[in-house]
Ligand binder design. Sequence first.
Ligand code: PLP
Length: 480
Amino acid sequence: MPKDLPSDEIRRALHRAADLAADYLESVERHPVVPRIQPGDVARQLPVAPPEHPEAMDAILDDYLRLIEPNVTHWNHPGFLAYFGITGSGPGVVAETLAAALNVNAMLWRSGPAPTELEGRVCDWLRQLMELPEGFHGHINDTASSSTLVALAAARHRLPGLAVRERGLAGRPEVPPLVVYACDQAHSSVDKAAIVLGLGQENVRRVESDAAFRMSVPALAAAVAADRAAGRLPMAVVATVGSTSTTSIDPVEEIADLCAREGIWLHVDAAYAGSAAICPESRALMQGIERADSLVTNPHKWLFTPVDCSVLFVRDLANLQAAFSLVPEYLRTGDAGVTNLMDLGFQLGRRFRSLKLWMVLRAYGVEGLRAHLREHCALALALAERITAEPGFELAAPVPFSTVCFRAVPAGLADPAALDRFNERLLAGINAAGPFFLSHTALRGRYTLRVAIGNVKTTARHLDALWDLVQETARGLLPE
Ligand SMILES: *Cc1c(COP(=O)(O)O)cnc(C)c1O
């Protein structure tokens, strides 16, 4: 039995994989964005029992090509405009392959010196590009959900006198409820963090938003005051920069003022729009993020880095380490003056994620990244202008970045429930056509379609075709 593939076979299989990947990226538009399959269709073609005997890589790769590639939802397709359109760019694909070969687990500096130091450096590059002050320390997690959980744990650790790390929260009547504030537009990862941290979902205050879907600061101030009056302890405010539904931007500067006055931790969730902070004109829309205690942004959303890559910046690294560091004897190394990534969160092990961010930043260069982000914003604005100009359609939210929310409002269809149904059918019709995939949201309870532009290969030609398809589909749905 060979211990691993012989090196000439690894080489051959990797060469074939390189062809498969490059062919795929070159011709991804052959596929409908969403595969036309039903639940169970893939599982039915997979053997129920595991293989008893070794199989040849060529046979396995043949099956990959037949069973897997056509049956994924094609996130790397320029017509993928759902959720947040993303790009797993070529430099990132190359980096992921090499990271797999190294198979480094960078829990400690000693267990991954170059990965640890590269992670520090590329996160600092990103800090500079986002115009965050020196002293912010960045590290990489899998997702924004993990980053926000870690940030809120750090916020909890900073509360004086509670010793939650040692004593927990349960069975302690002297500990008041700890409250987290976020806009009614904020991501559900805030609630999930409250669930995991034992704060309880009831202690997440969803603060109302204004007409542009931004957190109302007077409502936030009133909620904090009411909680204090009732003996609860305000712990953190999560300000969203680029909310998931509309990419609205909470007024971070005013929220930072309130947090400073009240001694409350400020966490900024910029999972999607944080990437745009590398463009000065977009950074200007986010004044105040430099005052956060912690900030998360996902290069895997809008900085052309393959999933997963979420950067968490914290202002007080020592506090984060104090919240999480727990070093068993077998991991004590005596290396002085190093950062051990295992001290910065709940996971011990760390994938080598900085390699792909490094290769992406270098291969595009800052000017390349900025050019693509600006192009996406310009495409979104152009689409928004068409929607506004077209009778029978309305823009449903402002467009500060590259995401457009809209709905059809055909003449003579005034009943809100009927309008919602119409738009639901419109979305289904658009997605059934194949070349595009859009998703939806609810804004003030009303069904809304979203176009999120984030793939480097999405061009004006695609959006022209999409807009034709939207209008054509809507016409086809009009009641006789
Ligand atoms: C996408 C998103 C998240 C969650 O991201 P994950 O990395 O998938 O956990 C959190 N907040 C905002 C604003 C988002 O858009």
